[in-house]
Write a protein that binds this ligand. Structure first.
Ligand code: IPM
Ligand code: MG
Length: 379
């Protein structure tokens, strides 16, 4: 909450590829909550990527930096794709999503994996495997091999080249993300599965020791298990229903969360939240974004699935705006729209009518109205 007013500030940054199209729909949804439910939000739209680069020489222009610095929450679309080849890599790096995660210390990345019964037929895994899947991957997002030094590409005396990166974790880096996982588990099924590669990597030996120590000292009411990452990948496709909260490092979380997307039925449906440390006033910076990327092959066609972005707004309602009832309402509306047959191309069963991005936004808005009326009548 911004101290000068009672309004929460939300920076809306559509970015590149399908980012602007899907974010336009989630923004409509957020506006519905402002107008119909009195959620105190002030939005500020800002540009990111190739468009501002061509105008200002920066992918992340001053105005966008200011909007994001001042925001309680950032609603992010997507970054990357072929169009970005026009941006030199130094300029790209200076304003990259990775640099933003680091700048705002967004260390806890929550990626909920929930299978929708309505999508079972269109999903690549069998309906019986998907049945009842509901877990959250918490990925450490600001350390590990993504940021470790030294890193680089060098030329050896014999003329070969050598690329190298550094996987590293400290006690505090492990403990704070493990704490986030245990705390989340306490609000759900009270189970945490920690994923590492402690049979090979020292960073993982440390990871496992620190998670185990924190569990013993403060969270023994939560069940803790450990899996090696290779086994975890297999278990996610074999029996994803077994998981409640899974916590893991940066690169393992990157890979496992794409794998887990299939245990939800569709990548296009998945939201995420990246959370920073809690400050003295109890606030924490947050960035909300769909897990799907910029999907350059379908960008600009108006056919992308906006539900990942829309469900990210539900996470924002719950985690930044302190409106759990409104978050539930939105999730129920999405479920209702799907149950009524609303499908974008990526989740359509053969022969089903395929909605455009805007039409899917309409379908969720209509469902919101209907669910809200139904709730009022029941009250
Ligand atoms: C993700 C993405 C990013 C990552 C890319 C775009 C840098 O794959 O958020 O999962 O690797 O973290
Ligand atoms: Mg990824």
């Amino acid at each position: 909450m911004n101290s000068a007013s009672n309004m929460f500030k939300v920076a809306v940054v559509g970015g590149e590829g399908i980012g602007p199209e899907v974010t336009a729909q989630s923004r409509r949804i957020l506006k519905w909550f402002v107008v119909e439910r009195g959620v105190p939000v002030e939005t500020r739209e800002a540009q990111y990527g190739l468009v501002p680069y061509l105008a200002t020489g920066k992918v992340l222009p001053e105005d966008t930096v200011e909007a994001m610095d001042q925001a309680d929450a950032i609603l992010w679309g997507a970054t990357g794709g072929p169009e970005t080849k026009e941006v030199p890599s130094a300029a790209r790096k200076a304003g990259s999503l990775l640099s933003l995660r680091r700048k705002y210390d967004l260390y806890a990345n929550l990626r909920p994996i929930v299978a929708s019964p309505a999508l079972a037929k269109a999903a690549p895994l069998k309906a019986e495997v998907l049945y009842g899947v509901d877990f959250v991957i918490i990925r450490e997002l600001t350390s590990g091999i993504y940021f470790g030094e030294p890193r680089g590409i060098e030329t050896l005396p014999d003329g070969q080249r050598r690329g190298f990166n550094t996987e590293q974790y400290t006690t505090n880096q492990v403990r704070r993300v493990a704490r986030a996982a245990f705390e989340l588990a306490r609000t759900r099924g009270r189970k945490v599965c920690s994923v590492d590669k402690a049979n090979v990597l020292e960073t993982s030996v440390l990871w496992r020791e620190e998670v185990t120590a924190l569990h013993r000292d403060e969270f023994s009411d939560v069940e803790l298990t450990h899996l090696y990452v290779d086994n975890a990948a297999m278990q996610i496709v074999r029996q994803p229903r077994q998981f409640d909260v899974m916590v893991t490092g940066n690169i393992f979380g990157d890979i496992l969360s794409d794998c887990a997307a299939m245990a939800s039925g569709s990548l296009g449906m998945l939201p995420s939240a990246s959370l920073g440390p809690v400050d003295r006033l109890g606030r924490r910076k947050a960035l909300y974004e769909p897990v799907h990327g910029s999907a350059p092959d379908i960008a600009g066609k108006g056919i992308a699935n906006p539900l990942g972005s829309i469900l990210s707004v539900a996470m924002m309602l719950r985690l930044t705006l302190n409106r759990p009832d409104d978050a539930d309402l939105l999730e129920r509306a999405v479920t209702a729209a799907l149950a009524a047959g609303a499908r974008t191309a990526d989740i359509a069963e053969p022969g089903a009518k395929r909605l455009s991005t805007v039409e899917m936004g309409d379908a969720v808005l209509n469902a919101l109205e209907a669910v809200a009326v139904e709730q009022k009548e029941r009250a």
